[in-house]
Design a protein around this ligand. Structure first.
Ligand SMILES: NC(=O)c1ccc[n+]([C@@H]2O[C@H](COP(=O)([O-])OP(=O)(O)OC[C@H]3O[C@@H](n4cnc5c(N)ncnc54)[C@H](O)[C@@H]3O)[C@@H](O)[C@H]2O)c1
Ligand SMILES: [Zn+2]
Length: 378
């Protein structure tokens, strides 16, 4: 038996923020990062609340790769305000933090359910439609992928006006996160016709619009399609979950300071090769799934393996065009430190929630080998 539920109500398209004008809102707590306040973007939300005489307060201390400490600070502030509505405004970091803060608040206050409205400003994580929240413990240098149905936002507003200001490097990284979500959901052991439908559309949209939107961030049509693709990939992986690309990205991202989407992109070609068994003599069933993905991207060669090699080449071509490094040695990471961290990272990756649904059962040694390959781009 499989299950598919889509509980988040989604408003999308130009001016969808207007929906805030007629939602049933009360005392509202806005969670965002400092950029949203400094850039004045938050005024688009607060002006609506002011007009409607709705009480609100803002917690704007969210940092990329949010930490346990930030969640604790947000929680303290929330306890002071006792809101009934939370608006999470920003990238995955703000939305993930808001989810974790709400969840703990609800538990300690025996509060039934906070109205959680997510307004993403990056097109990447799909956090606005998922039960996932990724929080970092900086002391242990570990990223935890928490999964809880109660963290699912009630409402997502996909208004691409907010994404126009995203710098091209972040557009590139987050866009590759979308592609990774869709591909991992598609090959997951929990994939099914319903999650496939969303993953397929997301793959097609990323393939069509990502390079354009990185080159010209003001291309509003491409921005809108990428914003929808991000949520669609989120819906796909919320149903089918992810795989070891994300497990390894969480582990690497907890240890070294690189953006989540960038790490995923760098790992993706190695994970496809590993899962598809490109170096094995036989052919596994996941190979067929990657062949389907290749077809969606217009790639087809003589044999299944040649086609999936073509898919990997295409992904690397996209990465080069949008300025994403192909190996650790092309980043600022200290190579010796990276090499010395491989064992620990592999251990943590194996324990990650996303490992469970990877189509090929990976051993610690397999994961170590992939990290090692990524070092030099072998
Ligand atoms: N919950 C999930 O399902 C899920 C899935 C994948 C990743 N994640 C997590 O989400 C986090 C990454 O989120 P992200 O990639 O969206 O980045 P982010 O939220 O960390 O933001 C990255 C940077 O972009 C800036 N930014 C955001 N919106 C902007 C805009 N409109 N204009 C200009 N700058 C803007 C932010 O200020 C920040 O400096 C990671 O912690 C990752 O592990 C969560
Ligand atoms: Zn991701």
């Amino acid at each position: 038996m499989q299950e598919f539920a889509m509980k988040t109500k989604i408003y999308m398209g130009t001016a969808s923020l207007e929906k805030l004008k007629d939602l049933d809102l009360e005392n509202t707590f806005i969670i965002c990062d400092p950029f949203m306040e400094k850039s004045g973007k938050i005024n688009t939300i607060t002006s609506i609340l002011k007009e409607r005489n709705i009480n609100y307060s803002v917690f704007s201390k969210i940092v990329p790769n949010p930490t346990i400490d930030i969640v604790a600070q947000g929680l303290e502030e929330m306890k002071r305000i006792n809101p009934t509505t939370v608006i999470a405004f920003g990238g995955g970091s703000a939305i993930d933090s808001a989810k974790a803060i709400c969840k703990v608040y609800e538990e300690i206050n025996n509060f039934e359910k906070m109205l959680l409205i997510a307004i993403p400003t990056t097109s990447g994580t799909g956090s606005e439609v998922t039960e996932f929240s990724v929080i970092t413990d900086p002391k242990l240098k570990v990223k935890y992928a928490l999964v809880d149905e109660e963290m699912l936002p009630d409402i997502a507003i996909l208004d691409s006006q907010f994404t126009v200001s995203v710098p091209s490097n972040i557009t590139a990284d987050t866009g590759m996160d979308v592609l990774t979500h869709a591909i991992e959901a598609y090959v997951s052991t929990k994939s099914g016709d319903f999650s496939d439908a969303f993953a397929e559309k997301a793959i097609k949209l990323v393939n069509k619009y990502l390079i354009d939107v990185v080159k010209d961030g003001s291309n509003i049509k491409a921005r809108e399609h990428m914003h929808n693709a991000s949520a669609m990939a989120g819906i796909a992986f919320n149903a089918a979950s992810l795989g070891i690309c994300h497990s390894m990205a969480h582990s690497l991202g907890g240890r070294f300071n690189l953006s989540h989407g960038r790490i995923n992109a760098m790992l993706l070609p190695y994970i496809i090769s590993y899962n598809a068994g490109l170096e094995e003599d036989n052919e596994n069933s996941t190979l067929d799934r990657y062949v389907e993905i290749s077809k969606l991207m217009g790639i087809s060669h003589g044999t299944k393996k040649a086609t999936v090699h073509g898919l990997i080449r295409e992904i690397r071509k996209i990465m080069k065009k949008i300025g994403i490094p192909l190996s650790i040695k092309e980043t600022n990471i200290d190579l010796e430190e990276y090499r010395n961290s491989i064992k620990e990272m592999a251990k943590n990756a194996l324990k990650d929630n996303c490992t469970i649904t990877n189509p090929r059962q990976a051993s610690e040694e397999d994961i170590e080998k992939i990290y090692l390959r990524l070092l030099n781009g072998a």
